[in-house]
Design a protein around this ligand. Structure first.
Ligand code: ATP
Ligand code: MG
Length: 574
């Protein structure tokens, strides 16, 4: 068996799963973000894929495979040849024809539907593949958590109307719950972006864990969870001023534009500042007003302008709108010079603050929201505009923050792709309509890494039984003792005959080395066959997740292991 374990922690491996996948001989790096899978690693991926396949089939999805190399014209049609940006791998063939390497396959599945689905009578359709994906990630890292080549299960549904789309979506949602449970992962279902037509348009399945790159924010009662872009925040309670606030007063703040610099200069705190940011869409300017210590949530602002592309305005526009150089914008009078003003509800709750004076090198003290700038009007709205942060609440419930690994995501795509790629059907009345689509992704390699990230100790991996490369390992402690070696091999054969995925460690090395390796590769059940216990007619059984071991008679060993493996499996069953 080719299991090249190593003692040293690889220099470029920052997190446990990456280190252990190399050290336990699961995989080897070829180049940045690409890995070769060795026998143990591949066995794990295959087990994950089997679970995914079984649950997809059970949910009525049908497996197909589409090409990895796809003509760029198809991607031009959807607009994603540019929208996907530099993450999309481009290549040219010998005839100069351009193709892309697939990062996700909406275009191909939609064009397949466009050609084959003609009538409502053929629907619903649910197709999936388990296939390589390629993304030229800006920063491949953390081993297979963020790689450039990975295996994804991607599914696509085609429905006739909103209600049926919702049914397909929930069907996949439920299949995902079964998949992650069977893989032994503790996951949280997180509300993600709301999609173009509103409603709950997307959910992420995220495994809470310190090394994750995503944030999960959930209410203290655990009833709701969101990703960081999506989480709503209550406004703070309205501040009551201790005394009447004096009128506004300008102060000279030469060349001091940043919040920190102003706070230092005026001896005030960021939460007593009001910041005004000028944004623009293709044809309008917008002002966003926030408390100094709050960060604008770009996604929330985007939703407020109906999903239009927005970016910070250039210097010239800011000067035109505010009459001052960048760094001195304030909310006073700004509504007259922009299309819309969005005021975060935390600003509306302030008693008074310090704001830019709309005059170069000046700030204004004692600015009272509602007194010195309006909180309502035709183009003024009080909204939730910021990223929630520690200490915030939603509907009175405290928000808790946790890092996590996104292992899967489901989306309602509505008719975004079907319109562009012509996936239309005739309904009962002979009317032509676009298919309503959903898409559903799962990262196969990421599941393996997330399982290790949440299941390991100082000695190595602790696999869930369902995706462990082997279910049991027979460790022969004294290979040179004939009776011991024969006993070990006999138990190995019995287990294999009983359908247990078993590994036999019959290497001519010291017992200590075998124990270390067994712990490192993390096989759930270990059968230890050694001189002393065999002389008594026993072997020892130990679970990787537990520290104690128990003695079992040699002739009962195989049955006992089967019983243990079954009970471990049972815990992950549905
Ligand atoms: P991320 O935000 O982590 O970049 P994503 O949201 O872009 O991921 P999706 O397009 O939703 O990813 O892809 C579906 C699934 O594919 C993800 O949930 C994840 O499990 C997996 N995946 C995506 N990118 C990678 C990658 N670079 N390496 C490994 N798995 C990935
Ligand atoms: Mg995603």
């Amino acid at each position: 068996m080719f299991i090249p374990t190593v003692k040293e922690v690889p220099a470029d491996a920052e997190i446990a799963s990456h280190q252990l996948m190399i050290r336990a001989g699961l995989m080897r790096k070829l180049a940045s973000g690409t890995y070769s899978y060795l026998p143990l690693g591949l066995r794990c991926l295959q087990k994950v894929m089997n679970i995914v396949r079984e649950e997809m089939n059970r949910a009525g999805a049908q497996e197909i495979v589409v090409p990895i190399i796809q003509p760029v014209e198809l991607w031009d049609k959807s607009g994603r040849s540019t929208d996907y940006g530099q993450t999309l791998f481009h290549l040219k063939d010998r005839h100069g024809r351009e193709s892309v390497l697939v990062p996700t396959a909406e275009e191909v599945f939609t064009s397949l539907a466009a050609n084959e689905i003609k009538s409502y009578k053929q629907m619903p359709v649910n197709l999936y593949q388990i296939q390589y994906k390629f993304r030229d990630e800006f920063r491949p890292r953390f081993g297979v958590l963020r790689s450039r080549e990975f295996i994804m299960k991607d599914a696509y549904t085609f429905d006739t109307d909103t209600e049926n789309l919702h049914k397909s979506y929930m069907n996949m949602h439920d299949a995902y719950c079964r998949i992650f449970k069977r893989c032994g992962l503790n996951y949280v279902i997180v509300e993600a972006e709301s999609g173009e037509i509103g409603g709950s348009g997307s959910h992420q399945f995220t495994v809470p864990c310190e090394s994750g790159e995503d944030f999960i924010v959930y209410t203290e009662d655990g009833r709701r969870a969101w990703n960081l872009e999506k989480v709503p925040a209550d406004p703070p309670p309205k501040e009551k001023p201790k005394a009447e606030i004096p009128p506004m007063q300008d102060v000279h703040t030469p060349n001091i534009g940043s919040i920190e610099a102003i706070c230092k200069f005026l001896k005030t705190k960021p939460q007593e500042m009001i910041k005004t940011l000028i944004y623009k869409t293709a044809d309008e300017t917008i002002a966003a007003v926030l408390r100094g210590d709050h960060e604008l949530n770009h996604e929330k602002l985007t939703q407020l302008v109906s999903g239009k592309h927005i970016e910070l305005a250039d210097e010239a526009t800011i000067e035109k709108v505010t009459g001052a150089k960048v760094g001195f914008a304030g909310p006073m009078g700004v509504a007259d010079n922009v299309r819309s003003v969005f005021i975060d509800h935390a600003v509306a709750a302030m008693a008074a603050g310090v704001a830019g004076a709309n005059k170069t090198d000046y700030h204004t003290k004692n600015v009272v929201p509602g007194r010195d700038f309006p909180l309502d009007g035709d183009n003024i709205k009080i909204v939730d505009l910021r990223y929630a942060q520690e200490g915030d609440s939603y509907e009175g419930k405290k928000l808790l923050f946790k890092k996590g690994i996104e292992v899967g995501q489901i989306f309602k795509l509505w008719s975004k792709y079907s319109e562009k790629l012509g996936a239309k059907f005739l309904d009962e009345n002979g009317e032509e309509k676009p298919c309503l689509m959903g898409c559903y992704g799962i990262g196969i390699n990421r599941i393996a890494a997330a399982a290790i990230e949440t299941g390991h100790d100082d000695d190595g991996i602790i696999w869930p039984i369902s995706i462990a490369p082997f279910e049991a390992i027979v460790t022969c402690v004294n290979q040179d003792d004939e009776v011991v070696a024969e006993t070990a091999e006999k138990i190995y054969r019995q287990l294999t005959d009983k359908g247990i995925d078993t590994l036999l460690d019959d290497r001519p090395v010291h017992g200590g080395v075998k124990f270390k390796d067994a712990d490192l590769i993390g096989i759930p059940v270990r059968v230890t066959v050694g001189q002393k216990s065999v002389a008594e007619g026993n072997i020892e059984i130990k679970l990787r997740a537990e520290s104690k071991s128990s003695k079992v008679a040699v002739d009962k060993a195989a049955d006992k292991v089967v019983e243990i493996v079954n009970s471990l499996k049972e815990q992950l069953n549905l």
